[in-house]
Design a protein. Structure first.
Length: 495
């Protein structure tokens, strides 16, 4: 601990965001460039180096947070980068996209604002690239064993990098034309510029990982054929089977899934399209779903120039403070949080009929109505109580030219035939079953990430990729020195 009194003398300061009026005119990341580095050493000083660092348990990667906080406070970026990469393959991703359960578990958070762990992490990651501290790490020798990884999201990329560095010959198969999974086409550019993703993929190529894009296993190449070609297969396709909203009027035109809408906006940023065919420009937009994907749709619609944007959340508005009885420290609490997108919507007043940040809480969709051409024009909703029962005389109608469903995902998409061709066993939730070693019922085939765990956070995805890599390495060689931060049945800390 560089400053034993840092947590008492230094207040929390977060990476400042650019002014709303400025950032909604572009797709660049929302933070002020260069504004983090001047403040981060003092923020790292706030770490107490507590005897039992609960931030470790709150993060499935087991990040060595007090260690790299101390190193940052001493301006030792090389050592900090080494400690950070010892547990996390892609800290520049998690530092931008993770909701930071580590901060909820920070001991300082018992009675003060937590250490800005996420900001320290992204500062180290960016400095590692800036100072040349993240070179490719190709293996000293090859094992002669081959592995196919299906899916190039955070789980697939983490598994591939670990297995490549262990000496195996790894090929990653991705159904889309570019690598990255939902990080590529689901996460908007203003949350993470894709240059961070490209840089890491180039590092992996230099280490020896092979990539096969525009190749859907089960459709473009047979799943059984692929299994016969490789010594092991890792399924890391994610949970992309979206949940539906079975209410009257769902068949109307203009009602889209979030993951039909967001990829098109990302393709505009990639230069594939001049304009999105689902653009929110000039439209009254209603987003059904109160999670991060809904917030991504909100920020995207604002940038596209929507006439109005509202977001419906079926849960009641949470309080500003942790409920110590229901969600005691160090669990991750459901509290009122203001994302960059909600800040933008609130300041620009995108939804005059909703709350200040464009959200309508405790709101349930009853039905949609449309015009004579069959296009949606209105969403009818009702307020609900804690048991999701309608509140009398609370019905209301919102104008809606574009409705985006952001209701989460139930498991892997089975339309490409991968699951059925391999004969993989599935559990009642719609995810792939596996044993304590991440192995499926098909010999030599392993499953990891959201495809087996169910919809989760990026830190869990990377932890799954690292853990399944250790399991595959052990399967191929009889033992493994690769770290396995979690088991397939581990879950986030709860009461």
């Amino acid at each position: 601990m560089a400053d034993p009194k840092g947590f008492m003398t230094t207040p929390r300061r977060d990476w400042p965001r650019r002014p709303v009026e400025e950032r909604v005119r572009d797709w660049d990341e929302v933070y002020v460039p260069g504004a983090l580095l001047p403040i981060i050493d003092k923020q790292a000083d706030r770490c107490m180096d507590c005897g039992i660092p609960f931030c470790h348990d709150s993060c499935p990667l087991g990040n060595l947070i007090p260690e790299w906080n101390d190193l940052v406070s001493r301006d030792d970026w090389r050592a900090a980068a080494d400690r950070l990469h010892a547990t996390n393959n892609f800290p520049e991703f998690t530092g931008r996209l993770c909701p930071a359960p580590c901060e909820a578990g920070c001991v300082l958070a018992i009675n003060q604002p937590a250490v800005t762990i996420k900001n320290v992490e992204v500062a180290i990651a960016d400095q590692a690239w800036e100072l040349g501290l993240a070179p490719p790490r190709p293996p000293d020798r090859l094992s002669g064993r081959t592995v196919a990884v299906i899916g190039s999201g955070p789980t697939g990329l983490a598994a591939a990098q670990q297995l490549t560095r262990a000496g195996h010959t790894v090929a990653v198969y991705e159904k889309d034309d570019r690598l990255g999974g939902l990080m590529r086409y689901g996460i908007p550019e203003f949350k993470m510029e894709k240059r961070h993703l490209e840089r890491r993929i180039e590092q992996m190529r230099a280490e020896g990982t092979k990539f096969r894009t525009s190749t859907a296993v089960g459709r473009d190449v047979g799943a059984a054929e692929l299994r016969a070609r490789y010594d092991a297969v890792v399924i890391a396709t994610g949970a992309t089977a979206w949940r539906e909203l079975p209410v009257p009027g769902r068949e109307l035109a203009g009602i889209q899934q979030a993951m039909e809408y967001l990829p098109l906006a990302n393709r505009v940023c990639e230069g594939d399209l001049a304009d999105s065919p689902m653009s929110a420009a000039g439209k009254h937009v209603v987003i059904v779903g109160g999670g991060d994907t809904g917030a991504d749709c909100l920020g995207t619609a604002v940038r596209e120039g929507a006439a109005s944007v509202s977001q419906l959340d079926i849960y009641a508005q949470p309080g500003a403070e942790r409920d110590e009885d229901a969600e005691p420290w160090p669990t991750y609490p459901k509290i009122y949080r203001l994302s960059a997108a909600h800040e933008e919507a609130g300041e620009l007043r995108t939804a005059p009929a909703a709350h200040a940040d464009a959200r309508l809480f405790a709101a349930s969709t009853l039905r949609f109505t449309g015009d004579e051409s069959g296009h949606v024009r209105s969403l009818h909703l009702v307020e609900v109580d804690a048991a999701r029962r309608p509140v009398a005389d609370s019905g209301r109608t919102l104008p809606a030219d574009l409705v985006l469903l952001a209701l989460g995902f139930s498991g892997p998409d089975r339309t490409d035939g991968l699951v059925d061709q391999l004969g993989l066993a599935m559990d009642p939730r719609g995810t792939i079953t596996r044993d304590a070693g991440f192995a499926t019922n098909v010999p030599g085939v392993f499953a990891a990430g959201d495809a087996a765990r169910g919809q989760s956070l990026i830190v869990w995805a990377i932890a799954e990729g690292r853990a399944v890599a250790a399991a595959v390495d052990r399967h191929l060689t009889g033992s493994s020195r690769l770290p396995a931060p979690i088991g397939p049945y581990d879950r986030p800390m709860t009461v």
